[in-house]
Design a protein around this ligand. Structure first.
Ligand code: PLP
Length: 467
């Protein structure tokens, strides 16, 4: 491509992104399309002949972007939204544009250094040891959990893990079970501990389980706590769990993929006490640190544990090893070739300052509490679980009518289905203590109380149709 064509093309791309940011809230967040519909738009043989660049770009803007659900939209409340920020988007463009290899020191000293520095920032935020501690950026929380559990197994069990047992609660995120299975643990080696009424690890049940396993000659080696849980934002009793792990010589992993970022807000900091005691902590900057996908992070109390677990020394990497004071991130995790993830985190933090991040997260926590007050003042809504780390669970349950549990489950399922198929908001259900409830995750700083009021009005209109 000529320089002029590249410029024109680039300008179109950047303008489309800027336009998207500025018109996003007027668009519908939810995309729906069957396999047949998508096939009818895109299915073709790999083209032998090229097409004009702008024609391809316009086709993509028209057909691909409009057929993708927007999880950064202010009315996307479901799963864990991805409220990305423009500076990081541009940083990702730079990292990709220069195609910087972020695996080893020799390939890019600056990329390695920025990863070290931004990891240091995170270690400090979470109260981890600065000198001894370390970490690595990953594709997301799932990969961070897998990296943590691989390390825990290596450090605590060595080569033989046939007697090893791992503990997690029934509210732990599915990525942990996935990681456990990937690592080859058998069903008999996994203990899923029930939670109490607040969805926290039931400590006594956990203690009994560990004692029983030890009596049977098994090796309790790892415990996964969550801060906060995907369903309700619940934070496990971190300090108590840390004490148990220390006493029993168990690796203490905390999955803070969605909730750990709340430490930047005063209320979150209070709630997350004990997080600094983990051996490893999953943080997911592409959630509540407002980074575009894909960016997860694993922090670790002793960085040597990562290199001990992941270092391989093939002859073809000898020349890029560098000297021992330098960190090669390919020795700290699973990926060899890695994109330059640290750049977006670095540039957005430098541009906005931690203060803006604190303000945004504080706003989100307060917004969820305001929504709770709003719901409690209504005759139609019942708060099923209070606002916790910007998540609120509620259901339609009008005081004037006495519905059975079955009817309420069906009405709330119906509300969610109608809202999603209207495409006006992404609001789906979860199940808490057997009840179908609506779950709002309010981690987007662009979501306003008015957005929520409009969404609730939409829900009420659908509910009345059905009720
Ligand atoms: N852990 C928790 C608590 C989560 O909420 C999630 C995602 O929602 C994950 C792990 C998985 O993270 P990712 O989707 O970035 O792989």
């Amino acid at each position: 491509l000529s320089k002029e064509t590249m410029k024109e093309y680039g300008n179109h791309v950047v303008n489309a992104i800027i336009e998207h940011y500025h018109t996003q809230s007027n668009k519908l967040p939810v995309a729906m399309g069957s396999r047949e519909q998508m096939d009818s738009l895109f299915l073709e043989e790999a083209p032998e002949q090229g097409t004009e660049p702008l024609d391809v770009l316009n086709f993509v803007l028209e057909k691909v972007m409009t057929n993708s659900t927007d999880l950064s939209h202010p009315k996307s409340y479901s799963f864990v939204p991805g409220p990305s920020n423009y500076i990081s988007v541009m940083a990702d463009a730079l990292a990709t544009g220069f195609n910087i290899f972020s695996g080893g020191w020799v390939a890019s000293p600056a990329a390695a250094e920025l990863e070290i520095i931004t990891i240091q920032w995170l270690l400090k935020i979470f109260g981890f040891p600065q000198k001894k501690g370390g970490g690595i950026f990953t594709s997301g929380g799932s990969m961070a959990n897998l990296t943590a559990l691989t390390t825990a197994r290596r450090i605590k069990c060595g080569e033989d893990f046939s007697k090893a047992v791992i503990y997690l609660s029934d509210q732990a995120h599915s990525s942990n079970i996935k990681a456990i299975r990937v690592l080859g643990f058998k069903k008999e080696q996994i203990r899923i501990i029930p939670t109490d009424l607040e969805f926290k690890f039931a400590i006594n049940k956990l203690k009994n389980c560990i004692a029983k396993d030890k009596l049977e000659g098994l090796l309790p080696f790892c415990l996964i706590a969550t801060s906060g849980t995907t369903n309700t934002g619940t934070i496990d009793p971190l300090s108590e769990l840390a004490t148990i792990c220390k006493k029993e010589d168990i690796w203490f992993h905390i999955d803070g993929a969605y909730g750990a970022a709340a430490i930047l807000a005063p209320k979150g900091k209070q709630l997350l006490k004990g997080i600094e005691k983990a051996d490893s902590l999953t943080v997911d900057p592409h959630k509540w640190f407002f980074q575009p996908y894909e960016m997860g992070c694993l922090l670790i109390r002793n960085h040597k544990h990562l290199s001990h677990t992941f270092t391989e020394k093939p002859e073809y990497l000898r020349d890029i090893e560098g000297n021992t004071s330098e960190i090669n991130f390919y020795d700290h995790g699973i990926q060899l070739t890695r994109r330059f993830r640290a750049l977006k985190f670095y540039m957005s933090l430098k541009t906005y300052g931690l203060k803006e991040f604190r303000n945004a997260i504080t706003y989100n926590i307060d917004l969820a509490e305001e929504v709770e007050t709003l719901l409690r003042s209504s005759k139609h809504w019942q708060v099923v679980f209070p606002a916790t780390l910007a998540i609120i669970n509620f259901r339609y349950n009008p005081i004037a009518k006495k519905h059975s549990k079955k009817e309420l489950d069906a009405i709330n399922q119906y509300i969610s289905e109608k809202v999603v198929s209207s495409r006006k908001a992404l609001l789906v259900t979860t199940v808490l203590h057997g009840k179908t409830v609506l779950r709002m995750c309010l981690i987007n700083p662009r979501t306003t109380l008015n957005d929520v009021k409009e969404t609730l009005a939409l829900c009420e209109a659908f509910a009345k149709d059905r009720d």
